[in-house]
Design a protein around this ligand. Structure first.
Ligand code: HEM
Length: 277
């Protein structure tokens, strides 16, 4: 006779022969059988799970960004703000995740690095979609997806849509009654800082009460970029810690390439305007 506590006696559902269970709903069979280490190295599982979970969070970030952009196209600020805050929190979550990966030493990594071949996060189509959705549209980086027409056309479709920053600039232009040069609307190029845009943001920051929606939007964007920058910085620091200045498995210079990416500015005028106030 056992006196162990039995939640079933208090009504907990205990049989799922005919009912959808937790695992069924979440398709855990598919998720938990998607880890296939290529070596016996103990740390390869950490490496795989860290990348897979990052990809899942990126999937959610894309879901939120796409919806927020759509809402902003209809001047529907409130729910869009909630989603943009969520994206910043996702990056915060990804930032904390580096602490787990940092427990892997260079000696641990070399036990399986050869097995990766040329695969690298550099080929993450979701990461590239996030960059394109935000406005950093370097089309040279599409080439690594040419062997996958489905992913390639997903990236092309994203480039045909205005980015989140394009949408923000449309709102800024309309609501402050300014006219921006046509180059602010180019869809297939990274956004370059434009003096008229900075001046319009300056109007907003000098009089937040009159332009409260734009003011709040600007701060949401800065917040998002702040967390995104921290992700880039954590990545490059972890990479230096693990492989030093070796070339990346994707074939770039490695740390020098990633340091160059630290210079990317998603919403440049929003950072510049701070110095003008
Ligand atoms: C020990 C762990 C890691 C190392 C040594 C590493 C190394 C690198 C290197 C050297 C690059 C430059 C491209 C190349 O030549 O390969 C790169 C790019 C990239 N990695 Fe990692 N990485 C690690 C972990 C991660 C994780 C956990 C993620 C999460 C998904 C990730 C995502 C990316 C992305 C998205 C890029 C492209 C960045 C860009 O183009 O701006 N990496 N990584």
């Amino acid at each position: 006779m056992t006196d162990a506590y039995d939640p079933g006696r208090e009504g907990a559902q205990m049989s799922f022969a005919r009912d959808m269970s937790y695992g069924d709903y979440l398709h855990l069979d598919a998720v938990l059988t998607a880890q296939h280490p290529l070596t016996d190295a103990h740390d390869e599982m950490l490496f795989i799970i860290q990348h897979q979970t990052s990809e899942l969070w990126m999937k959610l970030a894309l879901h939120e960004l796409t919806a927020a952009r759509e809402l902003l196209c209809h001047d529907d600020f409130r729910p869009a703000f909630k989603m943009l805050t969520r994206v910043a929190r996702i990056f915060d979550q990804l930032n904390s995740a580096w602490d787990v990966l940092r427990t892997m030493t260079p000696s641990d990594y070399t036990t399986f690095r050869e097995s990766l071949g040329h695969s690298s996060g550099f080929q993450s189509h979701q990461y590239r979609l996030i960059e394109y959705a935000l406005g950093n549209r370097n089309t040279n980086l599409m080439k690594v997806h040419e062997h996958r027409p489905d992913l390639h056309s997903m990236l092309r479709a994203e480039l045909d849509r205005p980015s989140l920053y394009h949408v923000a600039l449309d709102l800024l232009e309309r609501r402050t009654g300014t006219a921006f040069p046509a180059r602010t609307r180019r869809l297939r190029a990274p956004h370059q800082p434009v003096a008229e845009v900075e001046r319009a943001w300056e109007q907003v920051y000098r009089d937040p009460r009159t332009h409260w929606d734009l003011y709040e939007l600007a701060e949401k964007l800065v917040d998002l970029e702040d967390y995104f920058r921290r992700w880039r910085f954590n990545h490059v620091t972890t990479v230096e810690r693990v492989i030093g200045f070796k070339r990346g498995s994707g074939g770039t210079s490695g740390v020098p390439y990633l340091r160059k990416m630290l210079e990317v500015e998603l919403f440049p005028e929003l950072w510049r305007v701070r110095g003008a106030l």
